[in-house]
Structures are given as structure tokens and as C-alpha cells.
Design a protein around this ligand. Structure first.
Ligand code: AMP
Length: 628
């Protein structure tokens, strides 16, 4: 009991010293102390973990080193107990969990109790379909509250969800269904964007064609006139039946919770695997460290459940923390350029989590759209997904906010599952720099031999200390998981290049590999190239990222056509459309260039560095490994 009080006090303090009314004037010392404590043995994560619900307590905080690390050994839990039951049992059932918006305005508010009832209903329906512990369920749904319910219901019965962003195309969806060997697909008829209904069903139909194993597809009909695909179930009809009750699945700490596919440089997307115990401990704590949540906050995370930011900062982090979260389907600048500001004013939003690309878009419209709104509620805007450029930071902080709210950068990745390096809310921001490692994170910058780089010199960013919420495996490809830990044995290689200054701030310089970052979305060159090569006219392709003022990077693809195909503007349009169909709008190349030959190494690898230099009119550098 004494220990428990101690923890409560610890968490209360975490909240108090980040009071939003004086975010920056508060002392940074307790954060520094938390940082030191967290590097010192396992007490820190033990304290955090004791604030979670355990059906059977764990007997050991952690065991082993990367890549074999395990957390909260012998503990039994289910992440949904902390998302739902705990709040209801502690009298917070009437609190609003979600304010779900569409481009037209408020669609629905859900209290924690209502969310629980919905999750229970869907869990029963899934169970009645024969979905049980360990089965994979693909969720291909827009940013609607039912998508969140679907994730929680899947987790509640011990099945593993894999959410596929509803903006991804048919081949991306098929690839994920196949890799996950999914038993069921939950989807919707349409998603709404810029006032238009975009049907998801052609993608679902194309993806399911020839894929054996998917026993059930359930479609949420948002438009009464939608016609279901053959052999699929209607969401409302199926889930409204009185299916038998199902118990909450008792999960071992290390049992899988979800798979989230993310792009790499080679081969198909990797299914990063996360587990119930560690993820439920680490994610809310890192969310707290990055936004200093306080009771009464209205939090708007502008990401989507299809990305890790959505999993951690729309669904699990906010729910475990008992927060009220706004979700909004559609384009942030539709119906008006000031929609974001209007939404903040209308719903008294206090904290926003977004991506730099959105800030750049708002900046392009101008601060006049912001200043006509009452933004007094706003205390903090956090950005993640790509570097927050100093101009964007200054515009938001000074021209829009006049210093009245904090603007912070957070660096993280699918694999880390939560904010990892960032500007703590108590810390003065240095525009252009992400910030410092959050408590529990031990980061270093190393050279190719794994030796520390001196301050102000760029190198590979590695994490040297395991974190409970991080991924545990690459689904179906353990060798690929182990590759992350090979360069510096026992440390995690992030794939990013960064530089550390003498005050301990990290600046992120970009990827070390051929992964592109388009509007905060990670897109593997391999995915774009495979999509292009799947077109009968294309023999070979090389995709590169080129700087883009709004999106950070945009995609340019160099293509070698097969004989008898004509390199002309019509072909360019055909290929752009093809990639869009296969991968989705986010991966659409901004240009296709036709080449007679692509630069390759003697071992046959395309040298994208050279292609990029062509594109940018730069010196291609060392060409000694070039074949011809
Ligand atoms: P994802 O796994 O899709 O979330 O993409 C992660 C990648 O996005 C990282 O490896 C970085 O390259 C990039 N990234 C994320 N956050 C930041 C940030 N704050 N600054 C710079 N790059 C970032």
C-alpha cells in the first residue's frame, strides 16, 4: 500500500510540474531526476508498471538484452482492462473518451462507459465468428470511432489486430492480409475526404481476390445505399445480434497485441509486433512525458489509426491515461483553410499532436486564418513524423501563438511505439532540434564501427537501452528483426542520422537508408519500385525523394520501359495512376522520368544516390562501384 501511494504521488508530481499555465517556467529538475532514475536499474519502469492492472502480478521487471529482451515476466493482463474497466470501476464511466468529428462537424461523443459497451458488443460478435486468441484481424477502416472499437474488441479477446491505413491501395492491403495470414477483415464502405465519399470496397475486393484464409469480412455501411460485397457481413446487422458473452482474454505480458506494417528499403513491408504488457506500460508514460497531460485537457491527435501515432496517441496512450481525445476524419483544410483553428476553438482543445507538414500547410494559408479564432484554450502543439523546420516552429510559436502555447518536436518511429527523443514540455525548445531523450531512453550517435561520434558530428542514431513498449519481433521474419541489433550488438539501430550538440539536444538529419518521408509518412523505395515494376510496360524502376516545401519530400521515379512501349506524357499519367491504385494516394509519384539505363553497382543494385543526383542536378560523388 505504502508503495502504491508512493507511485501515485510520483505520477501526480509528473502532472504537477508540467502545469500548462506555466509550462516553461516550471523547474526542469524533476524531469532531470526522472531521467536519471530511469537510467538507474529497473525501479522506474517498475513504478510505472505498478499503476497498471495485473490479473497476476509480474515477478520480474525485465530479462535479457536486445534482441531477446522480455518485460514484466509472468505477469498476466489485458491492455483493455486499463483502457476501459479501470476507469469505469473508478467512477469515470461518464467521462468523454472520444469526440468524433467528420468534415461536417460532430458525429458522436462516446463516454468511457459507452466505449466499453461498444467494445463488448464487437468482441462478442468477433468471438461468434470463431476469432480466438492469437488470430489476426485486419482493420481497414477510416478514422471513425468504430475503428477504435474494432481495435479494442480484437485485443479484448486476445486476437491480434493489424490496422491498415484506409488510404493505402489494393496491393498494399493484399500484402498485409497475406503476411499476417488474417482470419478476418473489418472494413467500411466509404471514407469521406474533401466532401467526397471514397469507396474502399473496390480495394477490399481486389485484395481479397485469390487470398485464401480470410474466413470473414465485415463491412461497416456508412451509406445506406452501399451494396455489400458477396459473402461479407453487414456490421450493424451482425454486431447487433445477441451473441454470447465473452470473457476478457488473460494475456501473458509478452503475448502479441498488434502488428503494424511499416516500410523498409528492401522486400515487403515489415510487420512490427507489439505485446500487451510492455506496450501498456511504456506508451502512456511517454505520452505523458511528451504532452504533460492534465485532467481537463482536450487532446486532438491529428494522425490516423493506420499509423503508430494513432495506435499509441489516439487509442492506447490516451485511453490508459483516461484522457478525452478528439478524432477527425477528412482533410485538415476542408471545408475551410481555417478548419484546424476553428476546431480548436469550438472544442476548447488544449493540446494538439500533429505533423510538421500540417504546420507548413497552415503557414502557407497565413496566420490571419488563425488569429481570427479564439485560441486561448491551446497550451501545447507537439509535432512528430519528420523534422519540424525552424521557420515552421517560429511561425507557429511566434506569429500564431505569440508565445502563449508551447511548440515541441518529438522524434520516434513505428518500432519505438512512443515519443523517444523530444522537447520536454518543461524545456526551452531549440527550433530545428528534436530535443533530448525522454526518461528511460538512452540514445547515442555512432560511426559505422559503432564508436561514439563527438558532439556536433553526425552519425547513426542508436538506442542502447531496451524500452518496454518497443517492438518485439518482425512478424514472420525474425531474421529481419535481428538485423536491427547487428551493427552495434545489443543496441537498436534506428536507421536515422542525427547529431548531438554540446547541450545534449539532438538534431535529426534524415534517414540513413532509402526510406522516404513524404508528408510524415514513411515510404520504402522498394514499395514504389515494386508497384511500378508490376505494370506490364515497366522493366525497371528507381524511386528517390526530392525536397518539397510542403511535404518535406516528394517522390520522383526513374523508369526503364520494356521494348515497344512509348515514353510519353500519356505513359507517365498511366504509371502515376497505377502506383496510386496499388499503394494509395500517399505514395503517388510527383513525376516519372524515363531513362535508357539505370545506374547500378556491379552487384546489380540500383544506386539511388546517383539517380537523386541526376534529379537534383548535383555531383553524384564517388562512382567507383558503378557498373557502367
Ligand atoms: P514511422 O515509423 O512511419 O513513424 O517513421 C519514422 C521515421 O520518421 C523516423 O525514422 C524518422 O526518419 C522520421 N521522423 C519521425 N519523427 C521525426 C522528427 N521529429 N524529426 C525528424 N524525423 C522524424
Amino acid at each position: 500500500m505504502a508503495e502504491h501511494e508512493d507511485i501515485e504521488k510520483f505520477l501526480d508530481n509528473t502532472i504537477q510540474y508540467a502545469a500548462p499555465e506555466a509550462l516553461l517556467s516550471q523547474s526542469i529538475e524533476p524531469w532531470e531526476k526522472a531521467y536519471q532514475d530511469a537510467l538507474n536499474g529497473n525501479r522506474y519502469w517498475d513504478q510505472v508498471a505498478q499503476c497498471r492492472t495485473w490479473l497476476k502480478p509480474y515477478t520480474q521487471v525485465t530479462e535479457g538484452q536486445w534482441p531477446q529482451v522480455r518485460w514484466f515476466l509472468n505477469g498476466v493482463t489485458n491492455i483493455t482492462l486499463d483502457c476501459l474497466d479501470r476507469h469505469i470501476n473508478e467512477g469515470r464511466g461518464d467521462q468523454i473518451a472520444y469526440i468524433a468529428l467528420t468534415e461536417q462537424g460532430l458525429e458522436r461523443q462516446l463516454t468511457y462507459q459507452e466505449l466499453m459497451d461498444e467494445v463488448d458488443r464487437i468482441a462478442r460478435g468477433l468471438s461468434a465468428l470463431g476469432i480466438t486468441q492469437g488470430d489476426r484481424v485486419i482493420i481497414y477502416m477510416p478514422l471513425v470511432w468504430q475503428g477504435i472499437v474494432a481495435m479494442l474488441a480484437t485485443a479484448r479477446i486476445g486476437a491480434i489486430h493489424s490496422v491498415v491505413y484506409a488510404g493505402l491501395g489494393a496491393s498494399a492491403l493484399r500484402n498485409r492480409i497475406e503476411q499476417a495470414e488474417a482470419k478476418a477483415v473489418l472494413t467500411a464502405d466509404v471514407t469521406y475526404r474533401r466532401g467526397k465519399a471514397i469507396s474502399l470496397l473496390p480495394m477490399v475486393e481486389a485484395a481479397l481476390k485469390d487470398v485464401p484464409g480470410v474466413a470473414h469480412t465485415v463491412i461497416l455501411r456508412r451509406q445506406p445505399e452501399s451494396i455489400l460485397l458477396p459473402s461479407t457481413l453487414d456490421w450493424a446487422q451482425w454486431f447487433s445480434q445477441d451473441h454470447p458473452r465473452v470473457p476478457v482474454a488473460a494475456m501473458q505480458s509478452e503475448d502479441p497485441l498488434f502488428i503494424l506494417f511499416t516500410s523498409g528499403t528492401t522486400g515487403s513491408p515489415k510487420g512490427a509486433l507489439f505485446v500487451h504488457g510492455g506496450y501498456s506500460v511504456g506508451v502512456p508514460q511517454l505520452l505523458q512525458q511528451s504532452i504533460a497531460y492534465q485532467p481537463g485537457d482536450i487532446f486532438w491527435c491529428m494522425s490516423d489509426i493506420g499509423w503508430i501515432v494513432g495506435h499509441s496517441l489516439i487509442v492506447y496512450g490516451p485511453l490508459i491515461s483516461g484522457m478525452t481525445t478528439v478524432i477527425r476524419e477528412g482533410a485538415p483544410d476542408f471545408p475551410q483553410p481555417d478548419t484546424v483553428w476553428d476546431t480548436i476553438e469550438r472544442y476548447h482543445i488544449t493540446k494538439v499532436y500533429t505533423a510538421p507538414t500540417a504546420v507548413r500547410m497552415l503557414r502557407k494559408f497565413g496566420e490571419e486564418y488563425a488569429v481570427k479564432h479564439q485560441l486561448d484554450s491551446l497550451k501545447l502543439v507537439a509535432c512528430a513524423g519528420e523534422p519540424l523546420n525552424p521557420e515552421a516552429w517560429r511561425w507557429l510559436h511566434d506569429d500564431v501563438g505569440h508565445g502563449r502555447f508551447a511548440v515541441v518536436d518529438n522524434w520516434w518511429q513505428t518500432e519505438t511505439a512512443g515519443p523517444t527523443i523530444g522537447t520536454w514540455p518543461t524545456m526551452a525548445a531549440r527550433p530545428g532540434k528534436a530535443g533530448k531523450p525522454f526518461p528511460g531512453v538512452d540514445a547515442r550517435i555512432v560511426d559505422a564501427m559503432g564508436q561514439d561520434r563527438p558532439p556536433n558530428q553526425g552519425g547513426a542514431l542508436i538506442l542502447t537501452r531496451p524500452l518496454p513498449q518497443m517492438f518485439r519481433d518482425v512478424w514472420g521474419n525474425h531474421a529481419r528483426y535481428e538485423e536491427y541489433f547487428e551493427t552495434v550488438p545489443g543496441s537498436y539501430l534506428s536507421g536515422d542520422v542525427a547529431v548531438l550538440d554540446t547541450d545534449g539536444y539532438y538534431e535529426m538529419l534524415g534517414r540513413a537508408d532509402d526510406v522516404l518521408n513524404v508528408a510524415g509518412h514513411r515510404i520504402g523505395t522498394a514499395d514504389i519500385e515494386s508497384a511500378l515494376v508490376s505494370h506490364p510496360a515497366v522493366a525497371e524502376a528507381a524511386a528517390v525523394g526530392v525536397p518539397d516545401p510542403l511535404k518535406g519530400e516528394s517522390i520522383v521515379a526513374y523508369v526503364l520501359l520494356r521494348p515497344s512501349h512509348q515514353a510519353d506524357p500519356a505513359m507517365e499519367r498511366v504509371l502515376i495512376h497505377h502506383v496510386r491504385q496499388e499503394l494509395g494516394p500517399i505514395a503517388t509519384p510527383s513525376a516519372i522520368r524515363f531513362a535508357d539505363k539505370l545506374p547500378k553497382t556491379r552487384s546489380g543494385k540500383i544506386m539511388r544516390r546517383v539517380v537523386k543526383a541526376w534529379e537534383l542536378g548535383q555531383d553524384p560523388g564517388d562512382l567507383t562501384t558503378l557498373d557502367d
